[in-house]
Design a protein around this ligand. Structure first.
Ligand code: HEM
Length: 530
């Protein structure tokens, strides 16, 4: 006691000592990690974040792939991540068997518990059983043929609406942000297909545009839902990354509280829609129901279910045979809307940029549209979509070049061998799409925009190195739906309009939020004389 009281530590000395112990401990663990791999040197707490801005994450992954090869390690978000860039290991990580050890995209996050969504939905569900239960509904809804037809017919209706606006914009030489336009278009169409509601996002942006140009009347309709949804998505992301600390830090606590208030408003809004839809279902015969996402999710595994045939997994597992409860339904609906807006909107914006820079591609697209639909552009039918081979190649090439999905995450829930090393359970793997999609080993002149590479199988191009929709048991369930919309808007809008960049020398600015997204793209359009 006497000795201790004679030692006089200042607060600064104590803090410094703690920091030094932390750093020693950090690097002790680093130098004793299992399977040390090449990769950039990490710093305590920030890992490799000092080497890139989050919007350049995709470029960072690409550079590391060039420098360190097909397997390397990075330290991001406080975690060691093993980046994989070879097709043999992709096959393992994307094993479609229900027995695979790679079912998880994320581990348990206490922040999502605080937000009340942990174990719900599909995208960030950390529990393999609950994930599987929810995913079956998603797949069933997305693959129902009548949903595909609804999707195609509604997309064409919304394109007619765009055409009215765009003709006016073209006649009056109004510049606009295609990125924002696509966000509004996708919000309108996804709300319509998910919950049968209009939110008039397109109409609002159009009003904003013509007001700015002093051309006419504003028409601000009810966009309450869109605002709630956008804030809800922010709350989700906030809780995913920071929610665990929210209780302890005063500023975070305030932000978290606001997100919870908004979450409750959003949930109430959707619960009301669910109750209304239940009434409609109970009072309408099966064959009269509109097969939108809410109806398909609500009726699955009930007497109103229109999908009589079930998968083997569903038939053999009694736990998968109950219907969704209201909260499960709410989260799945929100994910369907959230997952489609930015992904499809961003990919189409990139595609227009690539086409403006490569006018020969535009001519070939128009030739294909004329071959399939004739000069009078008859209505697109489901079977026409398979004939849009060149358009499909353009969509894939734009996705490849712009790395729309720059990475895919996986955790193994049992020890596994990957890349020639044995890994313990819960290792975080990154399928490095950015790396493989720009690797000359898989693509001839990878920096060139060349859709033919997806048609001409004799070249060295390897379509397996494109990771557009992920793979294996967690492959994107909305991929068919996304392709219906993308092919339809590419065919019709590119056939009807010429496009020009407002600032031809500006490079596209990108932000990263799960997907690579263009920040904005200001364009001018001209209606074609057909
Ligand atoms: C161009 C459009 C789209 C792209 C590029 C895209 C891409 C992806 C990717 C890369 C994944 C991760 C897959 C994996 O881990 O293997 C994913 C998952 C997912 N996507 Fe999409 N997606 C698109 C559109 C959509 C749409 C329209 C929906 C729904 C309406 C949707 C719903 C989902 C869901 C629910 C998951 C999580 C699946 C699971 O964890 O089991 N996506 N998507």
């Amino acid at each position: 006691m006497g000795v201790l009281s004679s030692i006089n530590f200042s607060i600064i000395e104590i803090i410094l000592t703690i920091i030094i112990i932390y750093i020693i401990h950090y690097y002790y663990n680093y130098y004793n990690r299992i399977n040390p791999l090449p990769g950039p040197f990490p710093l305590p707490i920030i890992g490799n974040h000092y080497l890139f801005h989050i919007n350049d994450y995709s470029k960072f992954l690409k550079k590391c792939h060039e420098k360190y090869g097909e397997i390397f390690e990075i330290y991001v978000s406080g975690e060691r991540q093993i980046c994989i860039g070879n097709l043999k290991d992709f096959d393992k990580l994307f094993n479609p068997s229900s027995k695979t050890n790679f079912k998880l995209r994320t581990l348990y996050k206490s922040g999502l518990d605080e937000f009340g969504v942990s174990g719900y939905g599909v995208v960030f569900n950390h529990d393999p059983n609950l994930w599987q239960f929810n995913r079956q509904f998603f797949i069933q809804a997305m693959l129902t043929p009548s949903f595909g037809h609804l999707c195609l017919s509604q997309t064409q209706i919304f394109i007619k609406e765009i055409t009215n606006y765009w003709n006016y914009i073209s006649d009056n030489n109004i510049n606009f942000d295609l990125r924002k336009w696509m966000f509004c278009f996708m919000t309108d169409i996804l709300l319509d297909l998910s919950i049968g509601k209009r939110c008039f996002a397109l109409n609002n942006y159009y009003s904003e545009l013509i007001n700015v140009n002093d051309k006419g009347k504003s028409n601000n309709k009810d966009v309450e839902y869109v605002e709630l949804l956008m804030k809800y998505a922010d709350g989700y992301v906030f809780h995913l990354f920071f929610g665990a600390y929210a209780k302890y830090l005063p500023i975070f606590k305030g932000i978290a509280k606001k997100h919870i208030i908004n979450r409750d408003k959003y949930w109430n809004y959707i619960y009301n829609i669910i109750y209304d839809q239940k009434n409609i279902i109970n009072n309408t015969s099966k064959d009269q129901l509109r097969n939108d996402i809410i109806t398909l999710l609500l009726t699955a595994n009930t007497v109103h279910d229109i999908n009589i045939s079930k998968s083997k997994v569903q038939e053999t597992n009694p736990e998968l045979q109950r219907p969704l409860n209201d909260k499960e339904l709410l989260i799945n609906l929100s994910e369907a809307i959230g997952a489609g807006v930015d992904s499809i909107g961003s990919l189409f914006t990139f595609l227009i940029y690539d086409i403006i820079k490569n006018p020969k591609v535009l001519i070939k697209i128009r030739e294909e549209v004329e071959d399939v639909l004739g000069k009078d552009l008859r209505e697109i039918k489901m079977e026409d979509l398979d004939k849009f081979k060149y358009i499909e190649a353009v969509i894939k090439e734009s996705a490849r070049l712009n790395s729309i999905s720059p990475l895919v995450d996986r955790y193994n829930h049992a020890p596994e061998e990957v890349g020639g090393y044995n890994w313990p359970a819960n290792t975080h793997f990154i399928i490095n799409a950015s790396g493989t999609q720009s690797d000359p080993k898989f693509w001839e002149n990878p920096e060139k925009f060349d859709p033919e590479r997806f048609i001409n199988s004799s070249s060295i191009n390897n379509p397996k190195a494109l990771i557009l929709f992920g793979g294996g048991v967690r492959i994107c369930p909305g991929r068919k739906f996304a392709m219906i919309i993308l092919k339809t808007i590419t065919a019709l809008l590119i056939y009807k309009y010429d496009f020009e960049l407002v600032n031809p020398n500006d490079l596209m600015k990108i932000r990263f939020a799960i997907f690579n997204q263009p920040n904005e793209l200001y364009i001018r359009i001209k209606k074609r004389e057909l």
